[in-house]
Design a binder for this molecule. Sequence first.
Ligand code: AAO
Length: 478
Amino acid sequence: YKNPNYEENRRTMVHLFEWKFADIADECERFLGPMGYAAVQVSPVQENLIISKRPWYERYQTMSYKIETRSGNERLFKQMVRRCNKVGVRIFVDVILNHMTSNKIPAIGTGGSTALTTDKEYPAVPYSKVHFHKTCALKDYSNATEVRECELLSLHDLDQRQEYVRQKMVNFLNSLIDAGVAGFRIDAAKHMYPEDLEIIYGRLKDLIPGQGFPKKSRPFVYQEVIDLGGESVKKSDYNKTATVVEFLFGRILGDAFRGIRQLRELETWGDSLWGLLPSRDAVVMIDNHDNQRGHGAGGSSILTYKTPKQYKMAVAFMLAHPYGFARVMSSFDFNDTNAGPPNDSQENILSPIINTGGTCTNGWVCEHRWPQIYNMVAFRNVVADAAITNWWTNDDDQVAFSRGNKGFVAFNNGNTALRRWLTTGLSAGRYCDVISGMLSGGRCTGKTIDVNENSLALIEILPNDLDGVVAIHGKAKL
Ligand code: AAO
């Protein structure tokens, strides 16, 4: 379950948080496919509890496994998967297996189902009290049994040891595979036993060849296990056969680009020295839908779209560096951390509107459409598996490195100018910096950088430049 099933020359997934299925399908065709994105993570598709004022987090309270949420119904879901697969963009679904809802009377779902939550009766599955662990509140993260068997945030905790429960989950996941999805984010995996999850994964179908997957492809699985150290449940309990979301990644890089650490420290960035999972086991991001708003873990270290200069540098570093399976966050704008996505007076989610410049409005941030980000998605595709070479640092907050002879990046997060001849690894010629602009119709809309016969280029990044990074690669040569 560690192969993301990406099409060749695609390497980055984007989380289109709370987007509607029809909009995702459009986005696959008009933007993600052409720009080289590999996959979309969609918000939970299973029917959820309706909570007043429609906070984003209602989607993490499950009423049934019917595909019907504010993002759309089963028909629209299937259409989206087909249209995205057709343009080479895979769909990963965020699935909630750990729990159903917490108590609420009355409880009505986005698909019209009802439940008697105080009795743990969910007739639309159906689940009843016997399918859950006994009620207890999860308070002590140093006690692994409590983490797995008590209620996270008062959410009724399903017992995956039971055959009946597992089979309901397997059926749900297999129905998504039938629709053509390529994998799953396992929400709150930390709160389930890894051996139970293994059994569930083992019963999943192969991906369906009809939508472009090679025969015998297994679904990609990435499990949400927050492990910043010091707790009883560890990420290393989960990476035997499937991958895990590496939460240390965004916390450390957040600190680095906030100036709490120095960039020069990142020379050794990668797995073991830093306590990170092996690269092939780790899904990584700068921020996610939780920690961009203070939920989950990472606290004030986490960078988001709200501090754009540092954020773009951190995302550029993630995409320039070979470690992990990278995920780009795509947000809606918020001030209230509970607020749901932009919606109309009937509480229907609004579609993003695309400006002529390609950015989004109507309440959507669309970080994935920021040129500094999508051009680095292309950079990651171009440099592929080339190793890091020519690491350079001023021993402070300026660093640069090559990806073999395929690409080169430099960062200046300090207060002094970077103006220096650096080895790029690239062949001689004139390149277009894909951060300040891009190659368009044979012309560079940003800075150009000349690489000489010795592979050296004069690299300049001033402290008050709009962007603290420059990047060039073999496919942006003039
Ligand atoms: C809402 C309300 C709750 C209410 C509940 C039921 O907010 O007050 O009780 O409804 O009525 C989302 C929202 C929740 C929301 C829930 C259901 O975030 O606010 O609850 O939907 O609507 C833990 C889990 C992790 C989880 C995270 C939020 O381990 O799995 O909490 N994330 C996922 C989703 C998330 C979703 C759910 C799970 C539930 O991504 O969107 O919740 O489906 C420690 C632990 C972590 C733990 C955090 C937060 O982290 O290690 O495992 O995450 O605490 O409790 C430092 C430490 C770090 C620590 C952190 C915070 O950074 O180093 O380890 O501090 O203390």
